[in-house]
Design a protein around this ligand. Structure first.
Ligand code: PMT
Length: 418
């Protein structure tokens, strides 16, 4: 499907890389309209943008008044991508300023908005910028990056604009999940989501844990709620804000998570296990803080297996409850990664499995994610790199389509008694 995409380019050195974003979107078959700010035109020329986008480039608020251009562009957009998004533009968006054509188009549009911030590290970390980003995210804007690396001068750190291919993939995933998401396509469904990482206590002050922040699970819970589902969120030590409108059940250890999931899964239409659950826990939990032993340089901790919660649900009869598991794997080879995912789906008895490539800087705690979604015949349903919200959308598309098939089957059986 050809999308009408507005690409806003704002005044930062990364504007030259925005040409790559425009080009990739045009080559993907979309109708791209570029809105550069005055600042952007100091970094990249209008003829370049017109040639690459294959459309006229408008910059003036008071041109094309007869065609009401200041609202028409935004109203017609299916998707708005702003790359680079400077600290100034982000601040203007947060307060809803409309002092140029881009600001007017943003206010006049109901399309999903994806921004790729680019600025110096200090500007990115400034509390004002962070507050503005939080405001935009709360409004549903998808933020891609910034990446960490060399900046314009000799400094480096977070602030580089993400690479064009990453921005384009995230933007198209957002548009796809928005168009596939029928508002309310999960209405009447009860969805249980687990999020975060379990903590296995060693003593009153220490635990064995993992780096899960809860971002992916919370994104799934939020997206399911937005699509009309009643959502129970089993939250293991979340490092992110609770989503609105979900019933929260906080837990800490794997054993607590098991009790909460087992209870919540009864009568649920889907259980989505995004939490990172410890496979082992300390065999003994000390009542007192474990002291250093002066006579021994090392310390051995005996661990015992935790129950496999997903496998427990998957190998018990679960008619009417769709089980979505994850497989967090560090395997670099694509084929091997899929083999591990397929083996895990079967071992756990999950109906759908999200193979999630993880590593020191991937998957855990980051804002985006790379997944392959496998269906119940081990077939690849979707492959996606994008924000955790767009990954959530893709997972819920699969869940919604499974529900639709079950309903169709039931309707066919009811209509055809033979
Ligand atoms: O929270 P974020 O920072 O956003 O990071 C998201 C994530 C990387 C944690 C998430 O996307 C993810 O991959 N979650 C699954 C982590 C995990 O525990 O993977 P696993 O391959 O070890 O387990 C496979 C599946 O079995 C998972 O669905 C897990 O919830 C479940 N499991 C695991 C162990 C256990 N004892 N019981 C289980 O039910």
């Amino acid at each position: 499907m050809t999308l009408n995409i507005v690409v806003g380019i704002t005044g930062g050195i990364a504007a030259y890389k925005a040409v790559g974003v425009v080009r990739a979107l045009v080559l993907a078959g979309h109708d791209v309209h570029v809105l550069p700010t005055e600042g952007a035109l100091r970094f990249v020329g209008k003829p370049t943008l017109e040639a690459i986008s294959r459309n006229p480039v408008h910059t003036e608020l008071y041109e094309g008044v007869a065609e009401v251009r200041h609202v028409a562009i935004g109203q017609a957009a299916d998707l708005i991508v702003i790359a680079p998004a400077t600290a100034n533009t982000i601040a203007k968006m947060a307060v809803g300023l409309a002092d140029d054509l881009l600001g007017n188009s943003l206010l006049a549009s109901e399309a999903p908005v994806v921004i790729a911030p680019a600025m110096h590290t200090e500007m990115w970390r400034h509390p004002a910028t962070q507050a503005n980003i939080a405001t935009l995210e709360a409004r549903g804007v998808t933020v891609v990056g910034p990446a960490v690396g060399q900046l314009t001068g000799t400094d480096s750190g977070p602030g580089r604009m993400e690479e064009p291919e990453v921005i384009v993939a995230a933007a198209l995933a957002v548009a796809a999940s928005r168009s596939a998401a029928q508002p309310g396509d999960l209405a009447g469904r009860r969805v249980v989501v687990t999020a975060g990482g379990t903590r296995e206590p060693l003593d009153p002050v220490r635990f064995l844990g993992n780096r899960s922040s809860g971002k992916q699970g919370v994104a799934i819970a939020e997206a399911a709620r937005a699509r009309g589902a009643e959502v129970v969120l089993i939250a293991a030590n979340l490092e992110v804000a609770d989503p609105n409108g979900c019933e929260m059940r906080p837990v800490s250890s794997a054993i607590e998570l098991q009790a909460a999931v087992t209870e919540a899964a009864r009568g649920a239409d889907a259980v989505i296990m995004a939490a990172a659950v410890a496979d082992y826990r300390p065999a003994n939990v000390s009542e007192q803080k474990i002291k250093k032993d002066a006579s021994n340089d090392g310390l051995t901790i005996e661990l015992v297996r935790n129950p496999d919660i997903l496998a427990g649900l998957g190998h018990a009869p679960h008619d009417g409850t769709l089980l979505v598991g994850f497989a967090a794997e560090t395997e670099p080879d694509d084929e091997r990664l899929l083999e591990l995912g397929r083996a895990k789906r079967r071992a756990k008895g999950a109906d759908v499995l999200v193979v999630n490539r993880v590593g020191w800087t991937e998957g855990f705690a980051s804002d985006d994610n790379s997944v392959v979604i496998l269906g119940s015949d081990d077939e690849i349903v979707t492959r996606l790199h994008g924000t955790k919200l767009s990954v959530a959308g893709a997972i819920l598309d699969v869940v919604a389509s499974k529900f639709a098939h079950t309903t169709d089957d039931r309707t066919t059986k009811a209509a055809d008694p033979a």
